[in-house]
Design a protein. Structure first.
Length: 224
């Protein structure tokens, strides 16, 4: 097993397993009572990670905004082509909150300098098996070498799917809202599961109700 931080994934989904509509609208699937859960997870983990798709769609700040909490974790954006806009909240707050953009080596010097001028650390990684994404195992090993012991993966769908498909997740904190979306963005995409025997079976903890939502914590099987 690789030396890596513990990884927790959390998202809010509809009853039919969607984390956004087909137009990408996800605000807000969960109720106000469960919104603070994401901030608690940010507070409780050393780093938080999202894909560039979520940044372009939602423009999140990814800071911990709980009353009387001043700690905000390291922010990491997976962005192979350095599309992170200068006007985004992440770039605009990068002097206050440490930020890393994980990219591939083919981005230009000009693209890197543009982000570095905003106090963002740009780190190169190898490409994953698809050839277009960041190699997550290499990223996790690098984070461990930087002293990061826990990582909160906040989305979106493609990033969650990559982590789960590669069996790099330890815990899932699932928020289920009493809502049906129909066609939309699946929480988890293709895992290559043909037979049920190959499905990933999680160990559930007792679910609890928060407002109208169900919050369910589940453990992934340990990896060999
Ligand atoms: N309900 C919720 O809890 C929740 C939470 C978060 C997001 N969302 C929603 O999710 C949607 C965004 O999901 P998304 O799938 O479009 O985007 P995403 O998962 O946020 O980002 C995907 C992008 O990340 C980059 N990437 C780099 N390395 C990767 C890797 N190893 N694996 C996967 N991606 C990698 C790729 O872009 P490059 O090739 O350009 O690098 C990829 O297209 C939005 O609608 C957002 O609102 C919902």
């Amino acid at each position: 097993m690789i030396d890596r931080p513990t990884v927790v994934v959390s998202f809010a989904q509809s009853l039919d397993g969607r984390i956004a509509t087909r137009n990408g609208d996800s605000r807000w699937i969960s109720g106000s009572e469960t919104l603070t859960l994401a901030h608690e997870l940010r507070r409780d983990n050393d780093a938080i990670l999202v894909g560039i798709g979520t940044v372009l769609r939602d423009d999140p700040e990814l800071s911990c905004r709980l009353a009387q909490e001043h700690f905000s974790p390291l922010r990491i954006v997976l962005d192979s082509r350095l599309r992170l806009p200068e006007a985004s909240r992440i770039v605009q707050t990068a002097t206050r909150f440490r930020t890393i953009v994980a990219t591939l080596s083919d981005s230009t010097r000009e693209q890197r300098d543009r982000l570095r001028n905003h106090n963002i650390t740009v780190v190169d990684f190898a490409a994953d098996q698809s050839g277009s994404g960041v190699d997550l195992q290499q990223l996790l090993q690098w984070l461990a070498s930087q002293g990061i012991q826990s990582l909160f993966v906040e989305g979106g769908s493609s990033v969650i799917t990559s982590f789960v498909r590669q069996r790099l997740v330890d815990r899932l904190l699932l928020v289920i809202a009493p809502m049906l979306i129909g066609d939309g963005t699946p929480a988890i995409g293709d895992l290559g599961t043909e037979a049920l025997a190959g499905a990933i079976r999680l160990t559930p903890r007792q679910p609890r109700q928060l407002g109208r939502d169900l919050v369910w914590e589940l453990e992934f099987p340990p990896t060999a």
